[in-house]
Design a protein around this ligand. Structure first.
Ligand SMILES: [Cu+2]
Length: 209
């Protein structure tokens, strides 16, 4: 009984620590990096997920978020995917890496994120054609975890073209492009109360083990 009580209190503490007031939840999920590399002016992109192993998006009923982050209110969402450079990528002076959505499921929205430890500094601006925004997005090459969201349960995917472009986003054709597809599944999420009882359940199992 003592062990059980201890584990439940640890679960509660962890749950409290992952939420910043007024900000979406992020640290409950491990990072899933989309690795972008370049060799001989050819870009490559790799991710470990696929349609059978998608990133899950969760909804936290009753939560509301501050400022632009309110776009995630009442939506299933995740910031698990992060764009990360793998090795040295030199786009040339004045150029940068651009990422452009070439196809995506209806109902999938994206909002600009950043480093996971700095959520209050993120813009949450709509990107990748969300809310009439541009199809392409200029990536500064720093690890960036954008926010993906959907209003409904289901499977979603988004395919991107990754290219080197000038400051206007026009492609520099001497560089080879890469493509990558990201897969998502919105799933029913536990409420705070359900999280607590899940902790209790785990504790009970451990106690019996
Ligand atoms: Cu990351």
């Amino acid at each position: 009984m003592k062990l059980s009580t201890t584990i439940v209190s640890v679960t509660l503490t962890t749950t409290a620590a992952i939420s910043l007031a007024g900000m979406p939840n992020a640290h409950t999920w491990p990072m899933e990096h989309i690795m972008v590399s370049m060799d001989n002016n050819q870009l490559h992109a790799h991710v470990n997920t696929n349609a059978a192993n998608p990133i899950e998006m969760l909804r936290f009923a009753g939560e509301t978020y501050d400022g632009n982050a309110s776009a995630l209110d009442d939506q299933y969402y995740s910031d698990q995917y992060g764009w990360v450079l793998d090795g040295i990528v030199d786009p040339g002076f004045g150029n940068s890496i651009w990422i452009e959505t070439t196809s995506q499921s209806t109902g999938l929205s994206t909002y600009e994120g950043g480093r996971r430890m700095m959520i209050p500094m993120q813009t949450f601006d709509p990107i990748f054609a969300t809310a009439g925004s541009d199809m392409n997005w200029q990536w500064n090459g720093m690890m960036t975890h954008n926010w993906y969201a959907a209003a409904d349960l289901g499977d979603f995917e988004a395919t991107y073209r990754i290219y080197i472009g000038d400051s206007n986003g026009d492609a520099i054709t001497s560089f080879g492009e890469a493509t990558v597809t990201l897969n998502f599944r919105s799933v029913p999420s536990p409420s705070g109360l359900a999280l607590l009882s899940m902790g209790t359940f785990i504790a009970t199992r451990r106690k019996r083990a």
